[in-house]
Ligand binder design. Structure first.
Ligand code: NAD
Length: 422
């Protein structure tokens, strides 16, 4: 794989994603042609997104949508708003979505979108205009049967409602299934806001269980206190785990006897910063990753566990709430030290599982109860974990290699059985 188009910066998320794919291709014994097909995005769209600010000035952003693979079904993946979004990051995230959907066997391919905007610096009406313009620019390639968006860093339920509305108004009727992670009032699903976090906790519980350890016996540190990290910390604390540290991008807070997570959630909901919470001592993000805890949950951004950081990690289990938090070198260093890594494409797949449930419900216009969703999510997460862990055990490979092998094989089988057109 030496094309300039497919050669990313070393240590970038795309370099990590491609190194992981290369490992899986080697395990599966696929040839170079199949490798190239699996490594290359099927379709990409880059658009200019001009914004008229509330002051009247014009600013210009770039928007991306990458459909990495659509062989098993429509593209599926989040939309990220961040000033640092770049095409290679979106390509990596889209590729991970492909394997993730295949690992948990939902009938989707993988996609991802991004807009180069820091949403914290703009008003709600400015964000609405940016979202509607981006949506209308990428209209030709999205839709319930083509590519379905969901929230990611910097976007939320409101963003999904604006996308759904823009798409629907353009076509002249209401099409809830074009996004997932929407508000309940416009066809969202019960259980979706906490689905990724619940899935992370199911994955953690299953991995601990393989070592005969229960959640209520462990200490946990969570990096990232957003849509994934905050509910994960709450659910872990409710399950009896001792949540001893959490952080956001500004730093964190620690308490060796366990943080009062509900009080911390109230503090943050009232506008407080995580590191200013009075129920513990301040801790910075580097320290948090090296705390003496049983379980570490990176739930923030890519690439935070590199070779250097990995050597400082004292946790026995790393459960990846974020996408791509561990670099290839970081992964090798963790493996050398016997740390069990529950990989992102399995650990954080609860979000896409309930997104799939939301899409199924929207397509049928028939809504399930919260219990039905929770039970089906748990079943899907545990069945997927079991399949991955069994393969890892049988082949003597890591959980990451096993998960990738299952995901990549399912996608390659779809390619083979569909054949090449013409
Ligand atoms: P979010 O924007 O809601 O929260 C991100 C959190 O990370 C915030 O607390 C932010 O302050 C913190 N953060 C940012 N940079 C940081 C840094 N350098 N160090 C420490 N903390 C930092 O985003 P989210 O939806 O919770 O997504 C978090 C991760 O989970 C991303 O990798 C995302 O792709 C992945 N993910 C999200 C979902 C979902 O359903 N939202 C599903 C699967 C995977």
């Amino acid at each position: 794989m030496t094309d300039s188009a497919t050669t990313p910066r070393p240590s970038s998320p795309l370099a990590t994603a491609q190194a992981q794919l290369a490992d899986a291709v080697q395990i599966l014994g696929y040839d170079e042609g199949m490798h190239r097909m699996l490594a290359t995005p099927r379709r990409e769209m880059n658009v200019a997104v001009p914004l008229r600010r509330d002051t009247g000035e014009i600013e210009l952003f770039t928007g991306y949508r990458v459909q990495h693979n659509i062989s098993r079904g429509p593209g599926k993946g989040g939309l990220r708003y961040s000033a640092s979004v770049d095409p290679d990051e979106v390509r990596a995230l889209a590729m991970w979505m492909t394997w993730k959907c295949a690992v948990v066997d939902v009938p989707y391919g993988g996609a991802k979108g991004g807009v180069t905007i820091d949403p914290r610096l703009y008003s709600q009406s400015e964000l609405e205009r940016v979202t509607r313009r981006y949506t209308s620019e990428i209209m030709p390639i999205i839709g319930p049967e083509r590519d379905i968006m969901a929230p990611d860093i910097g976007t939320n339920e409101q963003t999904m409602a604006w996308i759904m509305d823009t798409y629907s108004v353009n076509l002249g009727y209401t099409i809830p299934a074009v996004t997932t992670g929407k508000p309940l009032t416009v066809g969202g699903s019960l259980g979706r806001p906490t689905a990724t976090s619940r899935g992370v906790v199911h994955a953690a519980e299953a991995a601990l269980g393989d070592a005969g350890v229960r959640l209520d016996e462990v200490s946990v540190a969570v990096q990232g206190f957003g849509k994934v990290g905050a509910p994960a910390a709450r659910i872990l604390a409710e399950s009896g785990a001792r949540v001893v540290a959490v952080s956001d991008e500004h730093g964190g807070v620690r308490a060796s006897d366990g943080l009062d997570v509900p009080a911390l959630l109230r503090h943050v909901a009232d506008g407080g910063a995580v590191h200013e919470f009075e129920g513990g001592e301040a801790v910075d993000n580097a320290e948090l990753l090296s705390l003496d805890v049983d379980v570490l949950i990176p739930a923030a951004v890519e690439g935070v566990i590199d070779a250097d950081t990995a050597r400082q990690v004292k946790a026995r289990w790393v459960v990846e709430g974020a996408n791509g938090p561990t670099t290839t070198e970081g992964d090798a260093a963790l493996a050398e030290r016997g740390v069990v890594v529950v990989p992102d494409i399995l650990a954080n797949a609860g979000g896409v599982v309930v997104s799939y449930f939301e899409w199924v419900q929207a397509n049928q216009a028939y809504w399930w109860t919260e219990n039905e969703i929770a039970e089906r999510l748990e079943h899907r997460m545990l069945a997927s974990y079991r399949a991955v862990a069994s393969l890892a055990h049988a082949e003597g490979v890591s959980l990451r290699d096993a998960a990738l092998t299952i995901g990549v094989r399912r996608v390659a089988e779809a390619h083979k059985i569909r054949g090449l057109y013409p």
